[in-house]
Structure formats: C-alpha cells, structure tokens
Write a protein that binds this ligand. Structure first.
Ligand SMILES: [Zn+2]
Length: 108
C-alpha cells in the first residue's frame, strides 16, 4: 500500500507511517508517527476523554443516518452531525494548542 508512505520534512526521505499512541496525564492521548530515517516525530491527533466520547457519539449518529427512513429524516440528522463535528473540531484544536504549549514539559 502506497497510501501510508510520506516524505519526511526534515531529511526528505520516504518512509511508511506507523501510528503509535502515547498517553499523557488526564487521559490525553497523542497519536504520532516517526520518520524511520532520522526519527523526527510527527503528531497526528491529540484527544482527551471528552473528545473520544464525542467521537463515539458522532459515530453513533452516523450509524443512525444510514438507517434513516426518509430524506427529511437524514437531512435533519446530517445537520446535527455537522454541528457536533464543528464543536468537536473546536475542542480538538484547543487541546492541540494546549498540548503543543506544554510539549517541552514532556519527555520525548
Ligand atoms: Zn526524516
């Protein structure tokens, strides 16, 4: 699969992305991968328990849309999902910012 191959910004070598999850205080989880050539670390997503809960809720909402019996019903559900996703994105951005700021406190 060529899908998960990327080029490192630092050493400009191609490498296969292999995702790892690292846990921090307060249930914060960072999904990251490293360049297999120079070891440069790239952060994918940062989540906390609240965000993961919301992700599950959105997944359930999506499952529900698949079962919607009318266009009107699915339209209404899609609008709700859109709102939920927007609020989730905001939370993720905020957490990411906080995470980046406190990065120097963590051992890499
Ligand atoms: Zn590299």
């Amino acid at each position: 699969m060529k899908d998960n191959v990327t080029v490192c910004d630092v050493c400009e070598n191609e490498f296969v992305i292999e995702l790892h999850v690292k846990e921090y205080a307060e249930g914060v989880e960072e999904t990251y991968f490293r360049c297999t050539h120079c070891g440069e670390k790239y952060t994918g997503v940062v989540t906390d328990p609240e965000i993961r809960k919301q992700q599950r809720v959105i997944k359930k909402m999506l499952d529900k849309v698949a079962k919607a019996r009318s266009t009107a019903e699915s339209k209404k559900q899609f609008a709700q999902i859109k709102l939920a996703k927007r609020s989730l994105n905001k939370k993720m951005k905020k957490l990411r910012k906080r995470f980046e700021k406190s990065k120097h406190l963590h051992n890499d």
